[in-house]
Design a protein around this ligand. Sequence first.
Ligand code: M6P
Ligand code: ZN
Length: 186
Amino acid sequence: MKISAPKFMTDWKTGVVTGPEVQGVERRVRDLDGVFADEGAFSQLRPDRLVYRTACVFPVPEGTEGGVFWGTTFIEPGTVGAEYFMTKGHFHAKADRMESYFTFAGTGLLVLMDTARNCWAEEMTPGSTHLIPPYTAHRTVNTGDDVFSFGACWPSDAGHDYDSIAESGFSARAMRVDGSPVLVPA
Ligand code: M6P
Ligand code: ZN
């Protein structure tokens, strides 16, 4: 029987994923209008400045029941006013679907919010492993001075519900206060 080389590789130090058909999105300042609290500070940033990007493997079509997706998110260091660079964040379109996150490099926060808008956060450091509960919105924040990278594995039928977040946001924001991250009510 044939033994083949692995199809994809994940560099456990950096999170870089290599292999055929690794695809991702880039989110630049111009893609994140309305995400950060300080609109004045936001308007001072170069529109093409990179905030975060992903490198993912989608082995089955989006929406397939029973499949999994795999990928790394890289968030640049930076702030908008006192608010750290972060992802848009989302509930899952199929809101009961869970997801796992695991940190490769840098330091950050996983900000979570349930459907009653209770918000809390977990520290993310290399090796930290996070199981996002069902019905829970999730957003990641780079609280350090270097690129923050973490892996994610999620069901291929989970989907992304960005609209609820665009409408009502999270009920707390991760801000730098005296040099340290604090979760502040929004
Ligand atoms: C992780 C996963 C992806 C998500 C990405 C960026 O890699 O949760 O599904 O797309 O983070 O987060 P967002 O989609 O909220 O911008
Ligand atoms: Zn998700």
